[in-house]
Design a protein around this ligand. Sequence first.
Ligand code: TXA
Ligand code: MG
Length: 325
Amino acid sequence: MPIVPATPEAIAQAARALARGEIVAFPTETVYGLGANALDGAAVVKIFAAKKRPRFNPLIVHVPGPAEAETYAVFNETALKLAEAFWPGPLSLVLKQRAGCPIADLVTAGLDTIALRAPAHPVARAILAEVRLPIAAPSANRSGRVSPTTAAHVASELDDAPAMILDGGPCQLGIESTVVSLVGATPALLRLGATPRRDIEELLGHPLAVAKADSPIASPGQLATHYAPDTKLRLGATGVDPNEALLAFGKDVPEGARLTVNLSESGNLQEAAAKLFGALRTLDRSGASTIAVMPIPDHDLGEAINDRLRRAACGDTSRRASDQT
Ligand code: TXA
Ligand code: MG
């Protein structure tokens, strides 16, 4: 598996591979993405094959900024305001497509909307600048698994499907972008993520609507078992059993677990988000019967962390086959 340090030469090579219709894994500030030219349906189909992902899931299109995004989607005042405040960064906006939008139907799953985001990671930005194409990129994991936050995670998930895995080190944020839909009457939160809900609501001056799980606009990322390790999770743990692995948070950690990973001894939610998926992978491999998870404060990034943990705890494997992203 070609894991390549993200040097300028490697970035240029990745851009050429993308332009030729190949798929490339690359770091973003949230998680590693598996990218393809969003204008080329034959390239995009390779993403679905590599992820073993159901075809009907729409993908996020990565662009350098609002100017490029506006060539594909209709920006209203709210969209511009959010893009100005949060781009480049971990916010994906779902907008109405422009008439004649050239993005492959497979990217938008045939919807008349499109999810767009301008990533902040220097490697992602360098690829976009070099390739000058919109890049569709879901998280670079097999469908239904936790998102990769290092190049090695990608390699372990996707075998040799990508032409290249650009290694830009561990992702700084570690949790996927927040997805907000601006298609309805009120901006709606489709997925909690690395841009805290409160920051968005403060800018808008009102609360976000929350999409109902069964509504047609709900993000497939909302599906209950989306982020799932194989080991069962036990949430809200204040004690631990010797057969259990422990996902700890803060200073007062119960002793006696088979293996403990502390997301943040100092109780820092940003640090915890960045470590979350890697910690779940490590604990999943420990052979423990259960992963006990200490309570994590449900504010700021804690809201998205708890969302991912609740989904990971929905351990109904029969539903994982229909998992999405
Ligand atoms: O942080 C991220 O967003 C990462 C990095 C690589 O950018 N990408 C990511 O993509 O998490 P993915 O495909 O795993 O998640 C895409 C999310 C899904 O929840 C999907 O349902 C939603 O975006 N989405 C995409 N297009 C949509 C649309 N037109 N309407 C509603 N939801 C949409
Ligand atoms: Mg995903």
